[in-house]
Design a protein around this ligand. Structure first.
Ligand code: 6PG
Length: 478
């Protein structure tokens, strides 16, 4: 009888196929299965020589090919397909077997599936995997959630296939239930903010600076050797430099300006609203994609709504450097907000997330991998209960050093009519957060005026209501 495989992968679209290949190349026996058998046959014909694969035509064959307790990676489209696979698998499994959902599932679904599987005696892990096709094959960042002891049984495999930074794998147990998918969701939200900031920088350098795509590409290439060093900055340089074979123009200039989205950024923003966390950068990034989608409306509005007609900025070099600093400061804010949200979620769900470890496993493999994540890990090592990353000296200095440039960028963009929702909302967040006393006293006054919603006083405890429009009398409301 053939030797049983250590792990199985069902769902051989590109991410599943590449994860299976990664595992096999690291020496693990992998059983592979796909709903359409032709895909399995094709996979084995193309990659069968890369390691010890066992192809299975049916789920029964697939399950039988695995050593027990079975470890099954499900890599199908998030949503109903995941439930369908689980329902088909569970009658074939034994108590203690482990189902690993490695797709971009929404964390409440993961919580529900974990509970349902537990009722059936199975162990369910919701595992965030980032890095796209390339990462899945050569080393992704892996965010495993679920029972710790189940993680213990797959740790060797997951850490072996994960990216490695300075000898540390980009994989660690995140927390129970939906914690892994939650952290992946926030990762994607931050990815949205990073990408939006990059797009705003490009827009500003194009329209206020008068620079061409390849010229901006070179600037990004330079930026990639400083504070901003990161995968997304690197690939921006490459994307902007690309010439279209058909027209000879920069390829980005012929790409339609409508951004699509699959939902993880929106989920992050919605959850921030639910938790009451001010997550302005990511949320503006989601809205900016939604606005971009209104292409026909925008075309009409472009002919109807007037904008300013400013002259090009005189000092382009200064604009370039200002934009670099604004990009960095806004990025710091986006991460500060994302980490504050993970902290709030950890408290709300009792996940006990190690935020420094989250930054550590994002240093390699994933889409937002960046140099400065080391600083975040260091910040949480020193202050595990940190409310906001802006409050540690490294980041305090980074934003305060950048603030003059950041403000100039917001002014220049506004004067030129360039929309910069992420730059400006990050700056507004910064200005709002650093105010000991903001204007919400007036909001409370208005609410009390029209709805007797009450207010609190700075000089006395309790809730108060004033008859603002009548005799002005204060009436105790507690
Ligand atoms: C990753 C990516 C990956 C995917 C995004 C794209 O970490 O590898 O984030 O998950 O590229 O889901 O999301 P949108 O289609 O919503 O931009």
């Amino acid at each position: 009888m053939a030797e049983k495989s250590r792990i199985g992968v069902t769902g051989l679209a590109v991410m599943g196929a590449n994860l299976a290949r990664n595992m096999a190349r690291r020496g693990f026996g992998v059983a592979v299965h796909n709903r359409t058998t032709a895909k399995t046959t094709e996979f084995l014909a193309e990659h069968g020589h890369e390691g010890a694969f066992t192809g299975a035509e049916t789920l029964q064959e697939f399950v039988d090919a695995l050593e027990t307790p079975r470890k099954i990676v499900v890599m199908v489209k998030a949503g109903k397909p995941v439930d369908a696979v689980i329902d088909e698998l569970t009658p074939l499994l034994d108590p203690g077997d482990i189902i690993i959902d490695a797709g971009n599932s929404h964390f409440p679904d993961t919580d529900r599936r974990a509970a349902e599987c537990a009722e059936r005696g199975l162990r369910f892990m919701g595992v965030g995997v980032s890095g796209g096709e390339e990462g899945a094959l050569n080393g992704p960042s892996i965010m495993p959630g679920g029972p710790l002891e189940a993680y213990g049984e797959v740790e060797e495999i997951l850490t072996a296939i994960a990216a490695d930074v300075d000898g540390t794998p980009c994989c660690t147990h995140v927390g129970p239930g939906g914690a892994g998918h939650y952290v992946k969701m926030v990762h994607n939200g931050i990815e949205y903010a990073d990408i939006q900031l990059i797009a705003e920088a490009y827009d500003l350098l194009t329209h206020a600076g008068g620079l061409s795509a390849p010229e901006i590409g070179k600037i990004f290439e330079q930026w990639n050797s400083g504070d901003l060093e990161s995968f997304l900055i690197e690939i921006t340089g490459i994307v902007l430099a690309k010439t279209d074979d058909r027209t000879g123009r920069p390829l980005v200039d012929v790409v339609v300006d409508q951004a699509e989205q699959k939902g993880t950024g929106r989920w992050t923003a919605i959850d921030a609203l639910d938790l009451g966390v001010p997550l302005t950068g990511i949320t503006e990034a989601v809205f900016a994609r939604t606005l971009s989608a209104l292409r026909d409306e925008r075309a009409e509005a472009a002919r109807t709504l007037a904008g300013p007609t400013p002259a090009r900025v005189a000092d382009v070099d200064r604009l370039v450097d200002d934009v670099r600093q604004a990009l960095y400061a806004s990025k710091v804010v986006a991460y500060a907000q994302g980490f504050a949200q993970m902290r709030a979620a950890s408290n709300a769900h009792g996940w006990d997330l190690d935020l420094g470890a989250m930054a550590r496993i994002w240093r390699g493999g994933c889409i937002i991998r960046a140099q400065f994540l080391n600083r975040i890990t260091e910040a949480y090592a020193e202050h595990p209960d940190l409310d906001n990353l802006l409050m540690v000296p490294y980041f305090t200095k980074a934003v305060s050093d950048a603030q003059d440039a950041w403000r100039r960028v917001v002014v220049t963009a506004t004067e030129h009519g360039v929309a910069i929702p992420a730059f400006s909302s990050s700056l507004s967040y910064y200005d709002g957060y650093r105010r000991e006393r903001g204007p919400a006293n007036l909001i409370q006054g208005l609410r009390d005026y029209f709805g007797a919603h009450t207010y609190r006083r700075t000089d006395a405890d309790g809730a108060f209501h004033t008859r603002w429009s009548q005799d002005g009398t204060e009436v105790s409301a507690s």
